[in-house]
Design a protein around this ligand. Structure first.
Ligand SMILES: [Mn+2]
Length: 337
């Protein structure tokens, strides 16, 4: 589904002026697509000599993204300081999320701000609380949407290697290295364009995928060997892990990334879930193959959502009740639909 606000192009030409204070915001626990798309915009406007630019994330990014061009300029949410940034902005870009609630810590401030709000996203059901929406659920990533946005806004001449590197990283990570959400020829046309700016794809792959600690690889082994359970009649797998277990592996934000995909490599497994104990809730990652809709599953049972084949969620229950809740929910969802 594509949502493009009427007169989007004319609107951008009128609004995007150099004297405006631009704030780019992403979602909580920003991933490669969110950071890539946000930093691409930052680098683009910098190249176009816009002097007032900020990027604000609700929480820090994983270490394997910290090399990205201009990543050092990202502000991480700090109570008091970030509100000033939001209320001081003339234009706010919402990048890679469909609703202010996804920013977690400053969603009320975003709602109250009088800035012109522009959403660039690819998640289903974009909220209508913004002034301009360019959202396309058929695209690979928010980064692909940003690439097209740059064209619509007439800003192509400001794309350089930094901008293209950010966009390529976003597309590569959101498609799990071009294994999902990347069957449209258009995605590869965008990628071909990006490579023409000198983007070093092998170097990006190496920085993103071969950048973990030894402990993180041992955590992967532990989760797969000790924690993975499969429910073969319903074709799903899940892994629950407690805070105490994670501490043994010096767990850092982002370390579990990718682990949820591993059970899908088993023939006959169509849905995979990881559940990680946090301070106040249990954080879920959900992945699926084909027509199994984990967005609907997470919306119905796990206080979350995302895309059909990749979603997040939360369980607000004690850790020792989570396993029963997950298996009951999956049974109901998969046998009643
Ligand atoms: Mn995305």
């Amino acid at each position: 589904m594509k949502t493009l606000t009427k007169n989007f192009n004319e609107g951008m030409k009128k609004i995007l002026k150099k004297e405006k204070k631009i704030l780019i915001v992403g979602h909580n626990n920003p991933d490669g697509d969110c950071i890539g798309a946000s930093l691409a915009l930052y680098n683009l406007f910098k190249n176009a000599s816009f002097p007032y630019l900020s990027v604000l994330m609700p929480s820090d990014m994983p270490d394997f993204l910290k090399w990205m061009p201009a990543a050092e300029n990202i502000d991480i949410y700090e109570k008091g300081k970030s509100e000033k940034l939001i209320y001081g902005a003339d234009i706010i870009f919402y990048v890679d999320f469909n609703d202010t609630s996804r920013t977690e810590y400053f969603s009320e401030e975003l709602k109250k701000s009088n800035a012109v709000k522009i959403m660039l996203d690819h998640h289903p059901e974009p909220s209508s609380e913004v002034d301009f929406i360019f959202s396309d659920t058929e695209t690979s990533s928010a980064s692909e949407v940003v690439y097209r946005f740059i064209g619509l806004a007439g800003l192509e001449k400001y794309i350089d290697k930094d901008v293209s590197t950010c966009l390529f990283t976003g597309i590569m990570t959101d498609t799990l290295n071009f294994s999902v959400n990347s069957s449209k020829p258009e995605t590869f046309r965008v990628v071909a364009d990006l490579l023409s700016y000198g983007t070093d794809k092998d170097d990006i792959y190496d920085k993103v995928c071969n950048n973990f600690s030894e402990k993180r690889l041992r955590l992967v082994g532990y989760m797969v060997y000790e924690k993975m359970k499969t429910v073969s009649d319903l074709h799903y797998a899940y892994m629950l892990i407690s805070k105490k277990e994670l501490e043994k592996f010096d767990f850092k934000n982002g370390d579990h990334e990718g682990i949820v995909n591993m059970p899908l490599t088993v023939s006959g497994i169509n849905i995979s879930i990881t559940a990680i104990e946090k301070d106040d809730f249990i954080k879920l990652s959900l992945r699926s193959k084909g027509d199994f809709d984990v967005n609907a599953l997470s919306k119905k049972y796990f206080n979350g959502g995302g895309h059909k084949n990749a979603a997040g969620g939360r369980i607000y229950k004690p850790y020792n009740e989570a396993e029963q809740y997950i298996t009951d929910s999956l049974r109901e969802f998969l046998t009643n639909k």
